[in-house]
Design a protein around this ligand. Structure first.
Ligand code: NAD
Length: 303
C-alpha cells in the first residue's frame, strides 16, 4: 500500500491486480487471503499538514492499519516492510542519527500523532516477529523528494519549488538554521527493495547524509528555478527538529546501498515536474497554492 500522486491520479507502474496494491482504507479494509509474498506497508499521511489535520486518523492508520497489515502478513506468510521514519528520533540529541538511538520525541506535541504512531508501528512489527514469527523489515526513511509529489502537500521541498516557480516568497520557519538531508526518490526505492530482499530484520536508516540548512535549501532552489522570489522568515515551528542527518553505515554495510543521485540533479528533475504540472493546472484553470505549514493556532513546522 502506498502513494499515487499525479495530476490525473494515474498510478503508473502499478495495477489494481498487483498483489501488494490493496484497495480501500488500511484501517478498515479486510483483504481476504490473496497470494502475497511481500507487503510494502507505506500507507500513512506523511506530510505534516496532512498528518496534523486529522491526528486521530493518523494514529489509527499507523496503529490499527499496521496491525491489519501484520495480521495479513501472518495469515498469508508474507514478509512485511514498514515505512517508518526519521521522525522516530524526534528532535535528536545525537547527530547524525544512528539506528541505536532511541529518540527524543514529545509524546503530546503536534507531531506526536505521526512520530508516536510510527514508533508504535515499529513496536508492533517486533511483537509480531517475536510472538508470531512474522518476517519484518523496518526502513527509517529520511526526508525524500522527487517528481509526482503532491504539488501542495506542505513539505518544505515542494513548498519552496512551488513558491519559486510562482514568484512568491519562499517561507522559512524560524531562522532557517535548522538542518535537513534530502534524498531523491529513486534512491529510496532502491533502498526499500534491497532491505525487503535482505535478511536484516532490525531497523535500517535510508536517507542521504548530505546535510544543509533550510536557508541553504531555499537559496539553492531559488537559484535552480531562476526565481526572483524573496525569502520570508516566519515564526518558528513547534517541536521542529533542529538537526536531521542519517547515519547510513548500517545500510552501506548490510545492504550494499547508498544514495547515488546528487542533490541538484534530483532537484532539477523535481522542478521540471512541478513546472509541467503548473502548466497542466493552468490549462485546467486550477493553480495550487503551497499549503501553509501552520495548521492550527501556533502550530508550524518543517518537514
Ligand atoms: N516522503 C518522505 O520524506 C517520508 C519520510 C519518512 C517516512 N515516509 C513514509 O513513507 C510512506 C510513504 O510516504 P509518501 O511520502 O509517499 O507519502 P504520501 O502522502 O505521498 O503517500 C502516503 C499514502 O498513504 C495513503 N494512506 C494514508 N492513510 C491511509 C489509510 N488509512 N489507508 C490506506 N492508505 C492510506 C495515502 O492515500 C497516500 O497514498 C509513509 O508511510 C510515510 O510515513 C515518507
Amino acid at each position: 500500500m502506498g502513494t499515487c500522486r499525479t495530476s490525473n491520479n494515474d498510478c503508473r507502474g502499478l495495477s489494481r491486480s498487483d498483489p501488494a496494491l490493496l484497495k480501500g482504507d488500511g484501517i478498515t479494509h479486510s483483504a481476504g487471503s490473496p497470494h502475497v509474498d511481500q507487503i510494502y506497508h507505506l500507507a500513512s499521511p506523511a506530510s505534516p499538514p496532512n498528518y496534523m489535520y486529522n491526528p486521530i486518523k493518523t494514529l489509527k492508520t499507523n496503529t490499527i492499519g499496521t496491525l491489519n497489515m501484520l495480521g495479513l502478513a501472518k495469515r498469508v506468510s508474507a514478509r512485511l516492510l514498514l515505512a517508518s521514519t526519521s521522525e522516530v528520533y524526534g528532535d535528536p540529541e545525537v547527530h547524525p542519527q544512528n539506528e541505536g538511538y532511541w529518540g527524543h520525541v514529545n509524546p503530546i506535541g503536534p507531531r506526536a500523532c505521526y512520530d508516536e504512531g510510527k514508533r508504535a508501528a515499529e513496536t508492533m512489527c517486533y511483537a509480531y516477529m517475536k510472538q508470531e514469527g512474522v518476517e519484518v523489515r523496518v526502513a527509517r526513511i529520511f526526508n525524500t523528494f522527487g517528481p509526482r509529489m503532491h504539488m501542495n502537500d506542505g513539505r518544505v521541498v515542494s513548498n519552496f519549488i512551488l513558491q519559486a516557480l510562482q514568484g512568491e516568497p519562499l517561507t522559512v520557519y524560524g531562522s532557517g538554521s535548522q538542518t535537513r538531508a534530502f534524498q531523491y526518490v529513486s534512491d529510496l526505492v532502491n533502498g526499500l527493495v534491497a532491505l525487503m530482499n535482505s535478511n536484516v530484520s532490525s531497523p535500517v536508516n535510508l536517507g542521504n547524509p548530505e546535510e544543509h540548512t533550510i536557508l541553504e535549501f531555499a537559496q539553492l532552489i531559488k537559484n535552480l528555478v531562476g526565481s526572483r522570489s524573496e525569502i520570508q522568515f516566519l515564526s518558528e515551528a513547534q517541536d521542529d527538529p533542529q538537526k536531521r542527518k542519517p547515519d547510513i553505515r548500517k545500510a552501506k554495510l548490510m545492504l550494499g546501498w547508498e544514495p547515488v543521485v546528487p542533490l541538484e540533479e534530483g532537484l532539477n528533475k523535481a522542478i521540471h515536474y512541478f513546472r509541467k504540472e503548473l502548466e497542466y493546472q493552468a490549462n485546467n484553470q486550477y493553480i495550487p497554492k503551497p499549503k501553509p505549514a501552520r495548521i492550527k493556532k501556533g502550530r508550524t513546522r518543517h518537514n
